[in-house]
Ligand binder design. Sequence first.
Ligand code: HPA
Ligand code: ZN
Length: 341
Amino acid sequence: MPDIAALACALPKAELHLHIEGTLEPELAFELAGRHGVTLPWPDVQALRAAYDFSDLQSFLDLYYAGADVLRTRQDFHDLTWAYLLRARADHLRHVEIFFDPQTHTARGVPMAEVIDGIHGALVRGRDELDISFRLILSFLRHLPESEALDTLAQARPFLDRIDGVGLDSSEHGHPPSKFRQVFARCRALGLPVVAHAGEEGPPAYIEEALDLLHAQRIDHGVRAIESEELLDRLARQQVPLTVCPLSNVKLKVYPDLRKHPLRDMLARGLKVTINSDDPAYFGGYVNANFTACVQALGLTQDDVVALARNSIEASWLDTVRREALLAEIDDTVRGWRGAN
Ligand code: HPA
Ligand code: ZN
């Protein structure tokens, strides 16, 4: 029996849905707490990991924002991002497009410059030392008013040379994309490409709003599109990339079990689906863990995993030269694997 999970793990891939704050492993959280003389509300690493038992998106976000309190200096943000890149390399990621949530940090008095210098510096180091290319996406918190997103954009203006796009995340229920029409129009006028979380817990109509009102180029999650035939047809016709995060969806109880996840149906409908890890420190695994779990629970085929890897490169914002090079690396890996199986 050919080992499809082994092929999936070996394939060169891109990750397009990753919150850098969601890569904070409990060990690093305690190390940073020690660095700053902060006492965490958990006695040790095991107790913190045991607290990762969520009932929905909000119960996760409460812990995720609390954990971010140990991130204070550019060194902290560098160390966080570097730890992620080492794991990305181990999973054969060749390109990453990652989110950061500036409002989580500026609200605590951490200057925007500390955040961006730390994350971007590590990304440049990763490009030079690990050959992982990158894009950095500033994400607005949708549970806060649009006026605060506009303030955040104003604060980010001096750093736009290092910001490649904007996104929308946090609590989805009751915070439709339409709430952020103005700030995204301003971002587009500045030449920033747009993505948005939609259809994770929110209804299919939020996906339509993200496309029609915010002009999102990709939809983060988008799994609830499966409830609307009309939307499925549109997403397939327009080949809108969906950055799906299977382990996240199970951990946040969007689906009771990975075997109930619609990923395979979405692929079968011709949607441009990718597999991503979202907040891997909290959700039980990085990209290869997501692929492996999906192969096992959903019986993904060789063609499925190759399509998912190719989609990740094709849905990225890479320039043509590197895009073609990475697609050729995928072909080489598949040829080598076929030869051995
Ligand atoms: N959904 C919404 N907001 C988030 C997520 C997510 O999965 N992760 C971090 N912020
Ligand atoms: Zn997310």
